[in-house]
Write a protein that binds this ligand. Structure first.
Ligand code: GLY
Length: 413
């Protein structure tokens, strides 16, 4: 397992339930993962990761974050004869290069917002000045979910563009704003076939009522109540054309295909693709997965995925993220954390944490993801919010309105 966040903690947790798994090694991991797997610190460069995989004689590598995928870790490790769950460097462009990704969608008729791409600040400023508001300004590169600004006035658009072009070699995508419910539909993909997981809804801004700057994600409800018709439409108009298009362009996609969608009156439209599990979507989805994650991952890596492998429990799952004071700008670190014992169906996934001597402390922006499963979403939310007062983390930021966008409110168990 490659990675160190809450997503990786949830993946490792799911692997402990895979009967086919005898040992899990994670690099670099985190203190939460260390309770479940052998963690090995070290370089996260593709060659170093490949050396580690060979040295440890692993049967399968699962890549959590987008960085190593964009750096080509799958290509390098696969070349050493070890199966990897994660797309090749070329296929990971679906996430890593938003300009390329939008052009790909246009080439293959995948519904998405109208857009223009810019490689320089001047023309981008001139373009936004004559566009209707609101509009969406995106950094075309990888920014951990924080490179997107929804601009309701021109000043915001200019600030967003100036911040993107402050980096040399940057480019920006400017899109029309799509109103509607935002849904994350993740699918296991094996190069030709994409099999949907349960739909989920993330909450991306730091403050309640969808206010404030974008984060990597502050909370998730799962399953999002998608109609059967929408599920079918997403398969036929989005996932299948992507799989066909990627194969036709000689970059077949294997791994997790994450479609960030807006449910608009014109039907589901793509906001963005990611080439990996979402974070914190994984923390909500994986506790409900009843299929064997290691076998599914191996099948994806070998092009033999059977939809019957992808099974989920009934019921619902909710996640609320506890973030550091100052996140997403300048998170404070080093706050002592105390975690309570959790009952069945409740998990505390660790992300930005570290050990200082014997003390667990905060060490990043998003620090903990608290997950609960229950028969219904209001009950799952009730379990999560009921546990939060027992967690010692001074100054933690969290949203009290996870689920409210679809009319849900926590219900005490
Ligand atoms: N939760 C959004 C993401 O993983 O990109």
């Amino acid at each position: 397992m490659i990675g160190s966040g809450g997503r990786e903690h949830a993946i490792v947790d799911a692997l402990t339930r895979s009967v086919s798994v005898s040992e899990i090694v994670c690099t670099p991991g985190n203190p939460g993962v260390a309770a479940l797997a052998r963690c090995i610190a070290g370089s996260q460069e593709p060659q170093a990761l490949a050396d580690l995989a060979v040295r440890e004689a692993v049967d399968l590598v699962i890549v959590g974050p987008e960085g190593p995928l964009a750096a080509g870790v799958t290509d390098v490790i696969s070349a050493r004869g070890i199966p990897v769950f994660g797309p090749s460097r070329a296929a990971a462009r679906l996430e890593g290069d938003k300009t390329w990704s939008k052009a790909f969608m246009v080439r293959h008729g995948v519904p998405t917002a109208r857009f223009r791409s810019f490689g320089a600040l001047g023309p981008a400023l001139a373009y936004v000045s004559v566009q209707p508001l609101p509009l969406v300004v995106k950094d075309a590169g990888l920014r951990a979910g924080k490179g997107v600004s929804i601009c309701t006035n021109m000043d915001q658009a200019w600030v967003a563009l100036r911040s993107i072009f402050a980096e040399s070699g940057a480019s920006a995508v400017i899109e029309e704003f799509m109103p509607g419910q935002e849904v994350s539909v993740l699918a296991f993909a094996d190069g030709t076939r994409a099999v949907q997981m349960l739909a989920a809804q993330d909450h991306k801004t730091i403050f309640e009522h969808d206010q404030g700057p974008m984060t990597g994600g502050m909370g998730v409800v799962c399953p999002y109540p998608l109609s059967g018709a929408d599920q079918q439409l997403i398969q036929q108009s989005i996932l299948d054309p992507v799989m066909r298009g990627m194969a036709a362009e000689a970059t077949p996609f294997a791994g997790v295909l994450y479609a960030g969608l807006m449910l608009t009156p014109q039907g589901p439209q793509v906001v963005e693709f990611n080439a990996r599990f979402g974070d914190p979507e994984a923390q909500a989805l994986l506790p409900l997965l009843t299929g064997d994650l290691a076998q599914i991952a191996l099948s994806c890596a070998s092009g033999t995925l059977d939809p019957a492998q992808v099974t989920f429990a009934g019921g619902a799952s909710a996640v609320v993220v506890l973030a550091a004071p100052g996140y997403p700008g300048h998170p404070e670190t080093g706050h002592p954390l105390t975690l309570p014992e959790t009952g069945p169906d409740v998990r505390i996934y660790q992300a930005g944490t570290a050990m200082q001597g014997d003390q667990l402390v905060s060490a990043g922006g998003r620090v903990l993801a608290v997950q609960a499963s229950a028969e219904t979403l209001p009950l799952a939310l009730g379990k999560v919010y009921g546990l939060l007062p027992e967690i010692g983390f001074e100054g933690a930021q969290f949203r009290r309105d996870i689920g409210a966008r679809i009319g849900l409110h926590p219900e005490p168990a």
